[in-house]
Write a protein that binds this ligand. Structure first.
Ligand code: SAM
Length: 287
C-alpha cells in the first residue's frame, strides 16, 4: 500500500486528516486525495482535496486555508485595514503564503507596491499550483515576493509602509516571534505616521489568552488598537479574531464606502465587525 503522509489516517477505506495539536480538541476532515506533499526547511506542507472544503493548505498538520472558506479570512484581514486607511499606497504582508491576502490587496488601484515577506517559498509554489481558488494564480506586477523571515525583515527594513498585514500561521514553529512585542515594535517603526497594522489574533474561544496577549501588546505600542471578528468555519471554534494597531485614530467605518467585489465582506459586515460579543469584551477588559 502507498505510504500515507503524516497526519493522514485511513479508517474503513476512508482517508482523514486529523488536526490533533491541541490538548482538548481534535478535528478530522474527510479527504479525497493528497494533491501535494513535501517537507520544506521550515514545515511539512500539504495540499489536500477535501470532501466539504475542496482543496486545502495544511502546514504541520494544521489547516491554513481552503477553497471554500479561505475568502472569508483573506477578505477580512486585507480589506478592513485598507478601507480604513485614507490612501494606502505601500502595503507589506508578512506570511500569507497562500497569496489570498495579496490577491485582495491587489483590488485597490491606488496601492502601488505590495511586498510579501513569506518565510517558505514552497507554500507559495504549492498554493499557486494546487490552490488557485485562494491564490488566484496571482501575477499582479505590484506584488514583490521576498522569501525571508518576516521578523528579521521588519527589524532591518528602511522603507515605510501605509498598511502592514501579518497573515501568520498559529504561534508555533517559525511564527512564534510574530506574536511578540519586539516584532510589534518593529512594525510600528516600519509604518508611516498614518499607518495601520493588522494581525490575526487567534480564536476567542480556544485561544482567548493569545488573543488578549496580542491585543494588549499591540495596545501598549500603538496609540489606537481595536479588535474585530469574522466567522471562518475551518478555524477551531469558527469565530476568529483580528487586531488592528494604528498610529492615528481610525476613521469610523460609517465614513467609508465599501465598493470592492467580494464574497464575504460588504458594507454591513464592515460596519458591524468591530461589534464584539459580550464574552470577548469581558475577556479583553479583564486583568
Ligand atoms: N490564514 C492562515 C491562518 O490563520 O491559519 C495563515 C495563512 S499563511 C499560509 C501563514 C504563513 O505564514 C505560512 O505560509 C508560513 O510559512 C508563514 N510564516 C510563518 N512564520 C513566518 C515568519 N517568521 N516570517 C514569514 N512568514 C512566516
Amino acid at each position: 500500500m502507498k505510504r500515507l503522509p503524516k497526519y493522514i489516517q485511513q479508517t474503513q477505506g476512508k482517508l482523514w486528516l486529523t488536526e490533533d495539536d491541541r490538548d482538548n480538541l481534535k478535528i478530522s476532515y474527510k479527504i479525497k486525495e493528497v494533491l501535494f506533499e513535501a517537507t520544506s526547511d521550515f514545515q511539512h506542507v500539504m495540499i489536500l482535496d477535501s470532501d466539504d472544503f475542496g482543496p486545502m493548505l495544511v502546514l504541520d498538520g494544521a489547516v491554513q486555508t481552503t477553497a471554500e472558506d479561505g475568502h472569508i479570512y483573506n477578505e477580512m484581514i486585507a480589506h478592513v485595514p485598507l478601507i480604513l486607511h485614507p490612501n494606502p499606497k505601500r502595503v507589506l504582508i508578512i506570511g500569507g503564503g497562500d497569496c489570498g491576502a495579496a490577491r485582495e490587496v491587489a483590488k485597490y488601484k491606488q496601492v502601488e507596491q505590495i511586498d510579501m515577506v513569506e518565510i517558505d517559498e514552497l507554500v507559495v509554489k504549492a498554493s499557486k499550483q494546487y490552490l488557485p481558488q485562494v491564490s488566484g494564480n496571482l501575477s499582479d506586477p505590484r506584488v514583490n515576493f521576498i522569501f525571508a523571515d518576516g521578523v528579521a525583515f521588519v527589524k532591518s527594513v528602511k522603507e515605510k509602509y501605509d498598511v502592514i498585514i501579518v497573515d501568520s500561521s498559529d504561534p508555533v514553529g517559525p511564527a512564534v516571534q510574530l506574536f511578540e512585542s519586539a516584532f510589534y515594535e518593529n512594525l510600528h517603526r516600519a509604518l508611516h505616521d498614518g499607518g495601520i497594522m493588522v494581525c490575526q489574533s487567534q480564536s476567542p474561544i480556544f485561544q482567548p489568552d493569545i488573543m488578549k496577549q496580542s491585543y494588549d501588546r499591540i495596545g501598549n505600542i500603538f496609540t489606537h488598537h481595536q479588535l474585530y471578528t469574522a466567522v471562518v468555519p475551518t478555524y477551531p471554534g469558527g469565530l476568529w479574531s483580528f487586531t488592528i494597531g494604528s498610529k492615528q485614530p481610525l476613521r469610523s467605518v460609517e465614513q467609508v464606502v465599501f465598493d470592492k467585489e467580494t464574497k464575504y465582506i460588504n458594507q454591513a459586515i464592515l460596519n458591524s465587525c468591530f461589534q464584539l460579543p459580550q464574552f470577548v469584551q469581558d475577556y479583553l477588559q479583564g486583568e
